[in-house]
Design a protein. Structure first.
Length: 94
């Protein structure tokens, strides 16, 4: 299954995590071009902001993909709400 298939399924949710902010922003833009609604969470977001976005991820119809930094994922985000977790890293060019 592709990430687009996940985001268009009412029964499946996904988390995309990366330590690279550019990969997170690119993922969110790519998902939007595919017609997928996603929520973006960075580690520097306040606890309240993270909570609001996580509540939206769990409850909003159509918000099926959470795009989050590794820092945010490591600070209290319950990953059990996701059916699929993808870690997206960019290989450095030599």
């Amino acid at each position: 299954m592709s990430l687009v298939t996940y985001c268009k399924s009412a029964a499946i949710s996904a988390v995309v995590g990366s330590k690279i902010d550019a990969a997170l922003n690119d993922s969110k833009r790519w998902l939007a071009r595919q017609g997928c609604k996603s929520l973006l969470v960075f580690g520097n977001h306040s606890h309240e902001e993270k909570d609001l976005r996580l509540k939206a991820f769990r409850s909003q119809p159509g918000a099926r993909v959470l795009v989050a930094s590794i820092k945010a994922l490591g600070t209290g985000i319950d990953l059990t709400v996701a059916s699929v977790i993808v870690f997206a890293e960019i290989m450095p060019s030599h």
